[in-house]
Write a protein that binds this ligand. Structure first.
Ligand SMILES: [Zn+2]
Ligand SMILES: [Zn+2]
Length: 156
């Protein structure tokens, strides 16, 4: 699902404020990278972003891209998903409905799921313990069907 124009504007404004507050420069490079990031669907790592930017007109250095992704994460435009296994994957945090991840420990495929029952249980646990939920991370790590099939074939 592509990001909407309103979310693009919100993200741009958020990045500008974030950079200004920290006395960092609002450069054309950073703003251009933000556009590429927001148009990228699903989960991606920094190297994939480097390749994407280079395919475009970008002459942005790898270091700048890595640094900018870090800034985008800190200002809440991107988040790391999943967080376990140190995969270093990002996804946009804006304009997305909450969802959880299941991923394969072997080939790295990631799928998203939303389960109202999981959400409801989390809310009731938080309520019982007197918390207001700011965010939650729920991740399932497993072996996908293809990897299980491949492993089974090797065993036979
Ligand atoms: Zn797999
Ligand atoms: Zn996701």
């Amino acid at each position: 699902m592509p990001i909407e124009a309103a979310d693009m504007d919100e993200a741009t404004e958020r990045l500008r404020c974030f950079l200004r507050d920290r006395r960092l420069r609002v450069t054309a490079e950073r703003l251009a990278l933000l556009q590429v990031v927001l148009r990228t669907e699903g989960h991606f790592d920094a190297d994939k972003m480097v390749a994407r930017v280079r395919r475009g007109r970008g002459k942005v250095s790898r270091a700048t891209i890595y640094r900018t992704l870090g800034l985008l994460e800190r200002c809440g435009i991107l988040r790391r998903s999943p967080r376990t296994y140190g995969r270093g994957l990002y996804e946009t945090a804006l304009g997305r409905r909450p969802h959880d991840h299941i991923f394969c420990a072997k080939c790295g495929r990631i799928e998203e799921f939303y389960e109202e029952r999981v959400e409801r249980i989390q809310r009731s646990i938080a309520r019982r313990l007197g918390y207001r939920i700011l965010e939650h991370v729920h991740e399932i790590v497993g072996l996908c069907r293809e990897c299980r099939r491949a492993a089974g074939a090797a065993e036979r």
